[in-house]
Design a protein around this ligand. Sequence first.
Ligand SMILES: [Zn+2]
Length: 522
Amino acid sequence: MSFEIRDRDLLARIGRLETKTGVIETPLLLPVINPAIQPIPPKTIQKTFAHPALITNAYILNKHFKDKSVKKGVHHLLDFNGVIMTDSGAYQTLVYGDIETTPKEIVKYQEQINTDIATILDLPTGWNASKNHATYTVEETLKRAKELTTIKTRQDILWVGPVQGGQHLDLITHSAKEMGKLPFQIYALGSPTPVMEQYLFDTLVDMILTAKKSLPPEKPLHLFGAGHPFMFTLAVALGCDLFDSAAYALYAREDRYMTERGTLRLNELEYFPCSCPVCTRNDPDKVKAMEKIERQEILAQHNLFVSFSELKRIKQAIIEGRLWEHLELRAHGHPALLQGVKKLHKYKAYLEKQSPITKKTGFLFFSSLGLIRPEVVRYRRRLFQRYSPPRNAEILVLLPQTRMKPFHKSREHRRALKEILRKIDAKIAKVHICTYAAPFGIIPPELDEVYPLSQHEVTTPLDAETVTSVAREVTRYITKMNYKRIVLLQNPEMWKGKIATACRRACKRKKIQLNIYTRAPG
Ligand SMILES: [Zn+2]
């Protein structure tokens, strides 16, 4: 049984996970099936939605259908011949305190009902747990994880090893490291549900990336309880491969209508902003007038459609190398999500290290949020680690970015250069003509056709943070390199004098000559 990664972007991947019932493609959402109360029968999930997998709760199955489920097997019991994952009842432990089963019993039971993906009975840390209690849950979960090898008898079931620690990041690191040493086929981040319910997406970023950094990268990661499509992009971008959603049904019960940007209430809707089959056949007034049961089914179906569609969009974005753009789009659907994406600033070096280097498409830079993206971070790092200017270059001429790329071939640059050379009276052999450009910083002509320096589009006017960031790169470049003189052609319209200030600062520090000329406006 293997997990094969086919495409990557940021930390996201499209993968193929082999189970004994069939191969599933990730990122994948597993709808939660509660056999006791279920608005959409499992068979419909397979037939109407052509969906290959679901998740159900082994603890609840054991409690309500013990003998029947063992005799029939979970596929037969649920009338679903796709891939079935079972959760262990850990969440029930969190909600109801102690539950009537043991870690050993729940392992054996999952083997007996012939599940495809099984979860050990971990001990969720929960939210707001004290350090002491959190440590206990981490150690107890690890103890149970280690016992699995002595209890299980089958080799054809994939086992999930949950990482605990709650909001204590050092405990998450410890939990992930130790769990990663054990032979699980899938890892999971346990109990982030309250974090997501309270929209603490910046905390969620910390939790996921802390776990991710210490887990084996070649194994899939399940994010428990992440059921809303508006946050899938963030979770997938951070490297989560599997999700489970009870939300589609829970929301439907409360007349809540999911969209990829957030949640709407049925009674506030005049139009369905969706083209799924149920929304095409119905309008909000018609659905409002329905009996509760029927209404709930309609809404649950829509909620599933919208969830599955968003995952398809995300997968397409991964293939196109445009996941960051999709992430920015979704981030602007809610301030809390944007806060989560801004948190990535803290992890930008890690993100850069893990992201693919080459892409089929150029990228779109909208605002300073894009300064976090791996292409920008990578260019800036490599320029200082790997690049040195030509040996005879004594005078650095800095020209502003042009619309046409590559910059050094643009008519504006050629014209500006002619003028500058006349003014400074220098030999061309000693001159090094570079461009200062958002979002990268300084771009030498030798590099400006290398990806992505000519393969990106930038929104102008630039925002203040982007201008400041590029100016900082200019200071850094002049300070590090050994030019004897700097000549700046400034474009005050776009750069508000910030590049000139950066040059002045660096030249003063290096005690070298600086000439500033101003580009004619327009
Ligand atoms: Zn719909």
